[in-house]
Design a protein around this ligand. Sequence first.
Ligand SMILES: Cc1cc2nc3c(=O)[nH]c(=O)nc-3n(C[C@H](O)[C@H](O)[C@H](O)COP(=O)(O)O)c2cc1C
Length: 406
Amino acid sequence: MLESLKSVVDLKPFERDRTARRLSKAANVDDLRKIAKRRLPAGVFDYIDGAAEDESAMARNVSRFGDRTLVPRVLRDVSNIDASTDILGASAPMPLIIAPTGFPRIAHPDGELATARSAAEAGIPFSLSTMGTRSIEEVAEVCPGRKWFQVYVWRDRELTKDMLARCKENGFEALYITVDTAVLGRRERDVRRGMSLPPKLGLDTFIDGALRPGWTLDFLRNDPIVFSNVAVSTERLGNSTADGTSAVSLADYINSQFDPRLSWDDVAWIREQWDGPVILKGVQSVADAKLAAAEGIEAIALSNHGGRQLDSSPAIIDLVAPVADAVGGEIEIYCDGGVRRGSDIVKAVALGATAAMIGRPHLYALAAGGKQGVDQVLEFFLDGVEQTMALSGVGSIGEIDRSLIG
Ligand SMILES: Cc1cc2nc3c(=O)[nH]c(=O)nc-3n(C[C@H](O)[C@H](O)[C@H](O)COP(=O)(O)O)c2cc1C
């Protein structure tokens, strides 16, 4: 009887590492999201997970990827799959970029440092936000890999200029100008909760925090979360721009600090300050893509900010083919919003994108398991791209074209 019991019982060795144990239950991005939801206070989870108004742009971003089908070719030797590609003239193991996101340290105390390390190990470009919670210098110290910086244009131009100088001094390769945030979108989950950044420890947060002791202890034990990039530049310049030391509502902060007069003249001004590649992030029309190409911009990121700005904006995957038809030969095209699986990356490339980018997926992963979580989500994407390619009968990224789309 013992023998027959042995033959059916499969006792795996107990995983001692709690994070690894937790992550072993996740098979995809949605599972990581569920773990993040369990671990984060509701206000923090909603800040990351939420979007503008009815959240219809966010839902469309995801569902329109699902609506696209692939037409697999069969009986092709797919024993060697190579998902590598060139992004801005350098090789990457797959057509994927980590999108810039503000306040990652509210997801996990290691924040950008964990994500940047993981991206460097995987060979994926990492993007740091102006509204980051680790500075340009701190990221450079831990990330020998490709680093890109995302800049918002401040009313105080000296602040923008100083951040660009710091990027140059610290080996950042490319610069995004985010152009979809002239004012902040109305994120109604944050409005309802009175969400501030960093989160205020009010009564609600205390009750919620008590239910998530792991997050609360990390939050209290670690150094305060501030807008690190702003803090370093304000100190260097000796000016008094708020750096997040006091809690603020994101809408009040952005609407008072960012310049809503942002125009093509400012893009030209930034190009004078920065001699590396520039990516315009937040382009959502063929007309603007053509203007960007005419300005000699190196790349555009088709993006509606993950549905967090204009809720009536188009699903991003629907923009890729028309934009690629208009400017594909002249400019690199990235796209983000709703990329949740390797197959989404393959679809984006098939329609004409150079690479796709991920926002929320890496934040869910960070919240679920710090750097180990980000390692895992990057593995999901690489495995997903390779498996989709094998099942579609394509061996290399160069072979992927529109004939693959159903
Ligand atoms: C919590 C959060 C913060 C973000 N912060 C920024 C930011 O500071 N700058 C920026 O250009 N985009 C920001 N974004 C937008 C992302 O760069 C990206 O466009 C978006 O997340 C892509 O959609 P996805 O989340 O569906 O992948 C943020 C997105 C999220 C979810």
